[in-house]
Design a protein around this ligand. Structure first.
Ligand SMILES: [Zn+2]
Ligand SMILES: [Zn+2]
Length: 109
């Protein structure tokens, strides 16, 4: 039932794959640069909001890198390139299924 599709790896602001994915307190993820520039533009409003769900934060949230997403994105986009440093097929991702490398974007949780 819970299936993450390509969309989950995409930034809803630039619609590209997440680069340096960061997660805001509401749980949505964006590229660090996207959400940073978005909030930079919001300075005058004194409030920061999630562009996706409109949840507002009175303080600019600390952007925490979403390591899990970053690895998923990296793994799915770079394929074997990044696998050269580790043994092939070895993924340090807690959420990925064992056959994730063969299933493209499909990821079962
Ligand atoms: Zn983006
Ligand atoms: Zn949100």
């Amino acid at each position: 039932m819970a299936q993450i599709e390509t969309e989950s790896f995409s930034c809803s602001m630039c619609l590209e794959l997440l680069k340096e994915p960061v997660t805001v307190p509401c749980g949505h993820s964006y590229c660090r640069t996207c959400i940073s520039s978005f909030w930079d533009g919001e300075k005058k409003k004194i409030v920061y909001s999630c562009p996706q769900c409109r949840e507002t934060f009175t303080q600019r949230p600390v952007l925490m890198k979403n390591t899990m997403l970053a690895e998923l994105v990296e793994h799915n986009t770079n394929g074997r390139r990044s696998a050269s440093s580790s043994s092939s097929g070895q993924v340090h991702c807690v959420a990925s299924g064992p056959e994730q490398r063969d299933s493209g974007w499909t990821l079962l949780l």
